[in-house]
Design a binder for this molecule. Structure first.
Ligand code: ZN
Length: 457
């Protein structure tokens, strides 16, 4: 699997600032590197390079550790490659406890190599980082899981409870060929799990006063993707026409795009703001925006979680400059806070009036879980051991993950990929970004923290 060889001066111990050969890398980094080298690009709408080679690699790894993986998913067809997910059960020391679902996705968003400073699928090690598409989202987590399985097995250790390991295809397109497919066709593979751990969360941020905090994702906003449709009277563009659908759609799009949704706090964001305000030594009177400004690189991410958002993304109308068309369309990406779907819809109707039709193309409902209970306690205790000075904060993700599909089976999902990074490294900004990379030290921290969590929970 390893085709990258770097020269190492004789007698020099490999440190993270030195060039390292693949063989001198810790196991966790070698696994993530191997996985990055499978180009599992997902272009959306069913178009993908396919996850098969990555699934085969993972299944083989699991078999070597004595597990019996099931590789399952939509087969290859004229429309595209096979979309396998891999699922296996890892026996814990107390099988009477409900199992934990530990999951990640094997696909990645595409990468345009002309914009990157390294080959996005090369698994390059440079400057103490492992570079490549998926190093942050989320082949890193797959590596943390597999390296822990390997080391537990080698030392004859078991997780406290049974762990269902799931490596899903197609997450980046919402999971119709991955998690959603498994939930629909083979729920028995996941059914007795009550709690899941996966992306997006677990990374550290540093406040301006030097305090560090780990963000644990305890909820997700929903998404409602809608199409607006305006009808009108077609005709010559030189005519006096007051029933022009292009004008109508433009008016609706402008109203939606310009609307400033008010700040609305949910249970999660209220807890986040309270704790962050204390950590930052800000007065009670500080506004939500002032408090979130203390969250380092996560500020932009978090600012979308204190309000609904509505962004026009596509306008489609007309076919000739001198012809008024009979209809016009636009697409809007709505992200309602959990439980606010109806409210957002009513506001939208108010903004655009009755002359525009609204069609829902796709909808995922958001959720929130309490920042309390066994999982949160185990996460908090684990982080207290590995980074004693840091705080742990809940947050609401402004996007969606496979946890939304899994919630249909009554599984409560948390985002916790334990990742300790330096204050100047923009981890949240690395998702889907050019030159995506992860510090090697963060992979080792993550493996140790996840391993302790599995023994504890
Ligand atoms: Zn992801």
């Amino acid at each position: 699997m390893s085709h990258l060889v770097m020269q190492q001066p004789a007698g020099v111990q490999p440190g993270y600032d030195e060039p390292m050969t693949d063989a001198s890398l810790p196991l966790v980094a070698r696994i993530v590197q191997d996985l990055i080298r499978f180009d599992t690009s997902n272009f959306g709408g069913g178009k993908a390079r396919g996850e098969q080679p990555a699934a085969d690699y993972i299944a083989e790894f699991l078999r070597e550790q004595g597990l019996e993986p099931v590789v399952i998913g939509p087969p290859a067809s004229v429309d595209g490659p096979a979309r396998p997910s891999v699922i296996a059960r890892w026996a814990g020391s107390d099988s009477s406890l409900p199992p934990l679902l530990l999951h990640g996705h094997t696909d990645v968003v595409p990468a345009d190599p002309t914009h990157w400073s390294v080959d996005p699928f090369g698994g390059v090690i440079k400057d103490g980082y492992l570079w490549g598409r998926g190093s942050v989202d989320m082949k890193n987590m797959l590596g943390l899981i597999l390296a822990n399985l390997h080391d537990f097995t080698a030392h004859g250790i078991r997780p406290r409870r049974d762990v269902i390991l799931a490596f899903f295809a197609d997450e980046e397109a919402g999971g119709p060929q991955g998690a959603q497919w498994v939930v629909r066709h083979h729920p028995e593979l996941l059914a007795d799990a009550k709690v899941a751990i996966s992306e997006v969360g677990g990374y550290s941020v540093q406040l301006p006063n030097g305090r560090r905090a780990y963000l644990v994702q305890t909820g997700e906003k929903g998404h409602t993707w809608i199409r607006l449709h305006a009808s009108g009277t077609a005709g010559h563009a030189s005519a006096w026409n007051r029933d022009n659908p292009v004008t109508k759609i433009a008016r609706a799009v402008a109203a939606i795009g310009a609307y400033e949704w008010p700040i609305e706090l949910t249970e999660t964001t209220r807890t986040l703001l309270d704790r962050l305000r204390d950590l930052a030594d800000l007065p009670e009177s500080a506004s939500p925006e002032e408090v979130l400004a203390q969250a380092g690189h996560a500020t932009a991410f978090l600012s979308a979680t204190i309000r609904n958002t509505s962004n026009p993304t596509v306008i489609d109308a007309g076919y000739a400059q001198n012809v008024i068309p009979a209809s016009a369309e636009a697409k809007i990406d709505l992200r309602p806070l959990p439980g606010r779907e109806d409210e957002v819809f009513a506001k939208l109707r108010e903004l655009i009036g009755d002359e525009i039709d609204i069609e829902i193309i796709e909808q995922g409902i958001g959720y929130e879980s309490p920042f309390a209970g066994e999982v949160i306690e185990a996460i908090t205790k684990t982080l207290a051991e590995h980074d004693p000075e840091a705080a742990v904060l809940p947050y609401l993700l402004n996007a969606g993950t496979d946890n939304v599909s899994l919630s249909q089976l009554g599984i409560t999902g948390y985002g916790w990929v334990p990742t300790k990074v330096d204050a100047d490294f923009d981890f949240p900004g690395s998702y889907h970004a050019v030159d995506e990379r992860i510090p090697l030290s963060a992979l080792e921290f993550g493996q140790a923290a996840l391993g302790d969590f599995l023994r504890r929970f």
